[in-house]
Design a protein around this ligand. Structure first.
Ligand SMILES: [Zn+2]
Length: 204
């Protein structure tokens, strides 16, 4: 079976070896050229509300391209590229919680991109948060409310245990989203809240 690179569509040559025969070799999703463009940054930040954030990649050109193609062109297969990375970064016993889609963007998108990343990473997760709906408001009023009101609430019936939770988001920019989610979980009884994001974007 011929596999093609998920990004450039060039066929990936498979060399038959005892590893492939025994299924020990990792399934390649990218050609070597595309794969070499992604360089791990592993940026770690520590704070109070949000105890620790581990971002796997910097927001460089390859990641910008990937994010655009994945999120906006909705190329769901691109989640596979980072499945292995996320699987490793999310190891342990912490409860994994994806950040739900932002209400502003839910309209433009048809798939839950963070959930899909987690699905492909083969890590179990719990959807404990939901976005708050801000219906029946004028546009100006709505923007003002979005700025000061919490973005999320706990899902009905969600039980928060006195353990460590790990939030997952695709990109970490100002941190408002992650901090709000962390505060919500802590107010509900979480002992510690960490986060893993695929990308860290530093605002200039
Ligand atoms: Zn390629």
């Amino acid at each position: 079976m011929t596999t093609v690179c998920l990004l450039c569509m060039k066929p990936i040559g498979t060399v038959l070896s005892w590893q492939t025969l025994l299924n020990l070799e990792k399934k390649k999703t990218l050609c070597d050229g595309c794969s070499n463009r992604f360089v791990r940054a592993d940026i770690i930040e520590e704070g109070t509300v949000l105890d620790r954030v581990h971002s796997l990649y910097a927001y460089d050109e390859p990641m910008r391209d990937w994010l655009h193609q994945y999120k906006f062109l909705q190329d769901v297969a691109l989640a596979d590229i980072f499945a292995e990375d996320l699987n490793k970064a999310l190891s342990g016993e912490d409860i994994i919680v994806p950040i739900p889609m932002h209400p502003e963007r839910a309209v433009e998108r048809t798939f839950a991109h963070v959930d899909t990343l987690l699905d492909r990473s083969k890590r179990p997760f719990r959807q404990l948060l939901e976005k708050r709906t801000l219906a029946v408001m004028g546009e100006k009023n709505r923007r003002e409310r979005l700025a000061m009101e919490p973005l999320f609430r706990l899902k009905p019936g969600a039980v928060i245990e006195p353990v460590t939770y790990r939030l997952v988001d695709d990109i970490y920019t100002t941190g408002t989203t992650l901090r709000q989610a962390a505060q919500l979980l802590k107010d509900a009884g979480a002992v510690r809240v960490e986060a893993v994001t695929l990308i860290r974007s530093v605002q200039k």
